[in-house]
Design a protein. Structure first.
Lengths: 258, 802
């Protein structure tokens, strides 16, 4: 029996949900210039946030004085590319591989993120909260969810919020939408005017939100997969156990999962 | 950033509970990571008195005590040498959990004598490592809660320690006062005033300071200091030591402790020089390069050209704003101290700190940005504390440079705030919030306080207002659809094809893998990659040094790992990017399948056979069909070096390669440790041409009522001839009449060669003729047959098999 990898399956689930809300799927290169990965996202060269990204740098040939390219540390550079290529109004998600120099029990040097961005004349943070609530309710396939926005800081959004979801952990079993625990699931905010300007969008006329979350983590939470590292080890037993059948095509009328 | 509740209350006049404060901190964006509240853990323990103690009848080291508790007299057996009548003790009643021994106390018999509880040592309550005896309290009433007693008598132990995460935009919250200000703005109390003493110097500072002109504009706009003579630098007082130990800092001496205290209390890092060890004026200048400095961490650093450093006549004495030097540091013997308070440029500090790999509390703060306007008030406040704690006499302030002007103002647009946040925050509340955070409002212009370098535009005002108003209160509002009704499709043609390839692969029995985009150089080189253009400069391991040129090496390595686990028959696939260069965009989408071992497990029907090149070809063709590739393609042998030269092919349309299939070259298999047979295919998904017009309408179905005719032909050809050559030749014999040509039999091997001659084989084709105008006559069929035979024999060099 052939199987679909959970990362691919979850990407299709994301596409089904956000597609219904009018979000297209944007893509961008995985080797990025530091301008797209950092500068355009309001992370100037000496910004402490740049140091916290654990960036992989590409080799630069001698005599090539450009700053080295990076393996994109997040899917956020696709925000910039999408705004430049598609203009406004805009609604896209951008799922894909990202890279950070980090390898331990819970980190792998490559993982997957999905970025979302919506730009229009009057989009507010309250719209962002609704979109994320709708997404979480549909994705986790529960009757209702409760999200909590917590003030935070990302250079490319302002105001910024980390988002927690109400859940319970009992006997090692995660239940979304009930209980008295809060689990952080994503970062989000209103796109920073400097980011809009960097992408050629007039911040006096347009505004909107952006968010980013880990796809592997979403898969782990939804399907009870314990170990991130195993995602990339291609152990046949794992692929068969956590994989999905060819005809398990997620759609909204039929429900996302069997 | 760590601090204690009582330290916070030095700056915040509040009645709020610890829980309310913790909730507000996280909600304000000062995320609480950890709280150590030792008093809360000690809540179940009460105070008791030992009335009588006597030797245990059966144990030398045990005593049987009668203890007066709030529940009456109890008998407790105790092994502590200091258990005796008259002492006031801490009681653990049966049923309470004792953290230091990780045990819940129960009523039990000890050597035959009943014991109703335990009297605790400091270690058992995790107060200290002391375990020589049980706690003897100097005061306390029977039944009083031990945590209440601690709060009254040992506030340092009862004081909860709070650890919060500070985002890089909030240097002001790296001082306790900044945290207090946020809480006050939220309404959790009142920020206490900070009185700056006016210190009058008694004499001019004998140590002068000067900033090199090269640094005045950027690196060090302001450097100030003063000498305090006749100080006594002993241990600092208990309250100060307790503040520092509570957050994990080691008290050193009063002078050093004072600088640390200012770092954490007010985000004002300072430095103290032992004036007796400073020779001549202090110069702040760029290093020439090559100078060495023994820093306070005991390590010697070699300076690079341009690094900012403080020198006297003897050379470098301090890594400006990062770490002081050991030689001019203060000791218990210091009597004259030079106190430095400077404003350093964040970028200069960050660059030097990173180059020297020094992580100090000072660097951490200066590179995020301290309050430039507080440089001189901070100097005066610290001077006052030195005079208070160490005595002595202060000189005048000596300084160079000036307080940098950071004033700027942004427009507060209350309507925009509401529009962006989606919360109805009244204008008066918006203005109150900003003022509480230290902004100055003039009309609709807001001037940020000097301690907020992160406020750089109108959007930052929005964030401040929203943060203090509490995003937790934000309620979701529906995002209207981009258009009414059924949503439009959103996937691009390439995205749809990627999905089709993935689903088809799974349907064909492949297990989809996701392998790393970077592989080892050896494997990359085997597949035409491994150059410097795709090299990662700082790889995390030697197995992840180069971007993959192809998906096959990753799958082959995965196959080898699975073989090692005892799985011999594998069908693995991956759909993902391969990299043909190191520039953005030099990546392309591959869909790769790998078959290893046999087609099936052993079964009673004997259908199991090793996988071969035609399995790979069939699957590649199935995927191409799912991607709407044209049915007519060319297959050539111009394969890359990692394919078996004889058992592989390239599927293409003219110069455009769609896919490669075949056996993996044995040299590759042995290099990557895979036991064959192994066959594979790689589809270049984006190369498959798109239909020129996309329409759901099918072309009209053209069918004929006339009888179709099938004719079979067998040819003897050289065994190296591909059947496809014969098929294409036959197809070309009459494009209108011939509907299809298929291979239906082949005869190869020793037996065939013995019949037909060495190096020969036989292939058999069936040709289907579909007339459209009229039924074919025998003569017409013969004519087409002759043409087919002629074409095939010409193309293959073979003969019709008699």
């Amino acid at each position: 029996m052939g199987t679909i990898h959970p990362v691919s399956q979850v990407m299709e689930e994301l596409t089904a949900i956000f597609g219904d809300m009018g979000f297209a799927v944007a893509e961008g290169p995985q080797v990025e210039s530091d301008w797209y990965n950092f500068d355009a996202l309001n992370i100037p060269p000496e910004h402490p946030a740049r140091q916290e990204h654990d960036t992989f740098f590409m080799h630069r040939a001698e005599g090539d004085d450009r700053p080295p390219h990076v393996l994109r540390t997040h899917t956020s550079p696709v925000q910039i590319r999408a705004m430049m290529e598609r203009g406004t109004p805009l609604r896209v998600i951008a799922p894909g591989r990202v890279y950070r120099m980090d390898m331990d029990q819970t980190h792998t040097p490559m993982f997957h993120q999905v970025e979302g961005i919506a730009i229009d004349r009057d989009i507010s943070m309250a719209n962002l909260k609704w979109v994320l609530e709708e997404f979480c309710r549909a994705f986790f396939e529960v009757p209702s969810v409760e999200l909590r926005f917590r003030a935070s800081h990302f250079p490319f959004t302002e105001p910024s919020a980390e988002v927690d979801i109400r859940c319970s952990w009992e006997g090692g079993q995660l239940k979304i939408g009930e209980g008295d625990k809060w689990m952080e699931i994503l970062g989000s905010g209103m796109v920073h005017p400097k980011v809009l300007a960097a992408a050629g969008v007039n911040p006096d006329e347009w505004q909107g939100f952006a968010f980013g979350m880990g796809i592997d983590r979403l898969a782990m939470l939804k399907y009870g997969i314990p170990d991130l590292r195993a995602f990339f080890e291609s152990d046949l037993r794992w692929l068969r156990h956590y994989g999905f059948a060819a005809l398990d095509m997620p759609d909204l009328p039929g429900g996302l999962s069997r | 950033m760590k601090f204690t509740l009582s330290w916070l209350k030095d700056h915040l006049d509040t009645q709020a509970s610890l829980d309310d404060i913790l909730y507000a901190l996280t909600d304000l964006g000062l995320e609480v990571e950890d709280v150590t509240d030792r008093a809360a853990k000690l809540a179940p323990f009460t105070i008791a008195k030992v009335l009588h103690a006597e030797q245990h009848p059966d144990a030398d080291k045990l005593r049987v005590c009668r203890v007066l508790t709030d529940e009456g007299e109890k008998q407790i057996v105790c092994g502590a040498p200091n258990a005796r009548a008259g002492i006031t003790v801490v009681l653990c009643k049966p049923g309470t959990y004792v953290p230091g021994i990780d045990t819940t106390i129960s009523v039990g018999k000890i050597r035959g004598v009943e014991s109703h509880g335990m009297m605790a040592s400091e270690r058992e309550l995790e107060l200290s490592d002391e375990h020589n005896g049980i706690i003897e309290l100097p005061s306390g009433e029977v039944g009083e809660r031990f945590s209440d007693w601690l709060a009254k008598n040992r506030p340092d132990i009862a004081d909860p320690m709070i650890h919060i995460k500070i985002t890089p935009n909030r240097p002001d919250a790296l001082g306790v006062r900044g945290i207090a200000r946020d809480l006050a703005a939220r309404g959790l109390g009142r920020l206490k005033p900070l009185d700056i003493p006016a210190i009058k110097g008694g004499f001019p500072s004998p140590i002068r300071v000067e900033i090199d002109p090269a640094l005045k504009a950027k690196g060090c706009p302001l450097f100030a200091g003063r000498l305090i003579r006749g100080v006594k630098n002993g241990p600092s007082p208990d309250w100060l030591q307790q503040r520092l130990t509570a957050i994990g800092l080691r008290p050193i001496s009063a002078l050093v402790d004072i600088t640390n205290f200012f770092t954490f209390a007010l985000n004002r890092p300072l430095h103290v020089f032992d004036a007796a060890k400073v020779h001549g004026p202090l110069r702040i200048h760029p290093a020439k390069g090559g100078e060495e400095l023994l820093a306070l961490d005991g390590k010697t650093y070699t300076l690079r050209e341009g690094m900012m450093v403080i020198s006297d006549d003897n050379g470098p004495e301090s890594l400006a704003g990062i770490m002081g030097g050991e030689v001019s540091g203060c000791t218990e013997a210091t009597t004259d101290v030079f106190l430095e308070s400077a404003y350093w440029d964040p970028i200069t500090i960050a660059t030097t700190g990173r180059a020297l790999k020094i992580n100090s509390d000072a660097r951490y703060r200066f590179e995020r940005g301290v309050d430039p306007a507080f440089t001189l008030p901070g100097l005066d406040l610290a001077t006052q504390m030195i005079l208070d704690l160490c005595g002595g006499e202060a000189s005048d302030v000596t300084m160079d440079g000036a307080v940098p002007d950071v004033s700027r103002a942004y427009r507060l647009n209350p309507a925009r705030v509401i529009s962006l946040v989606g919360m109805d925050i009244p204008e008066t509340e918006q203005r109150r919030t900003l003022e509480a955070l230290g902004f100055t409002l003039s009309g609709d212009m807001a001037t940020p306080p000097t301690w907020r370098p992160d406020i750089l535009g109108e959007a930052d005002l929005v964030e401040e207002v929203a943060r203090i108003a509490s995003l937790t209160k934000l309620e979701g509002k529906p995002l209207r659809r981009t258009q009414a009704g059924v949503p439009l499709p959103i996937l691009t043609p390439l995205q749809q094809r990627e999905k089709a390839a993935r689903r088809t692969l799974a349907a064909l029995g492949y297990n989809e893998c996701v392998t790393y985009s970077f592989i080892d150089q050896e494997a990359a080189t085997l597949f035409g990659g491994g150059s410097d253009a795709v090299r990662v400069d700082n790889p995390i391991s030697s197995e992840m040094t180069h971007l993959r040129p192809d998906l096959l090496p990753g799958l082959l390595r995965a196959a080898a790992r699975n073989q090692a686990r005892g799985f011999a028959d594998l069908a693995l696939c991956e759909i993902g990017p391969a990299f043909h260069g190191g520039e953005p965009g030099e990546q392309h989408l591959q869909a790769t399948g790998l078959l290893v071992g046999h087609t099936a497990p052993r079964d009673p029907y004997g259908s199991r056979r090793p996988v071969d090149v035609f399995d790979a070809k069939a699957d590649a063709e199935a995927i191409l069909a799912a991607l709407n590739a044209p049915a007519r393609v060319q297959i050539t042998r111009k394969v890359a070096a990692w394919w078996h030269p004889g058992r592989s092919g390239v599927i293409g349309l003219g110069p455009n390669t769609l896919a490669t299939f075949g056996e993996v070259h044995p040299r590759i298999l042995s290099a990557l440790g895979v036991k064959g047979p192994a066959v594979a295919f790689t589809i270049l998904v984006a190369n498959v041409p798109q239909p020129k017009v996309k329409t759901p309408t099918r072309p009209a179905l053209a069918i004929s009522d006339l009888q179709a005719v099938e004719r079979d032909f067998a040819f003897v050809v050289d065994k190296g001839v591909e059947a496809l050559t014969a098929l294409n030749a036959a197809q070309g014999a009459d494009k209108a009449l011939i509907e299809s040509v298929r291979l239906f039999d082949q005869f190869t091997g020793e037996k065939a060669e013995s019949q037909m001659g060495a190096g020969k084989k036989s292939i058999a084709l069936t040709v289907r003729l579909q007339p459209t105008g009229k039924t074919l006559t025998e003569a017409e069929i013969e004519a087409v047959s002759a043409k087919i035979i002629e074409k095939v024999t010409k193309a293959t060099g073979g003969t019709l098999r008699g």
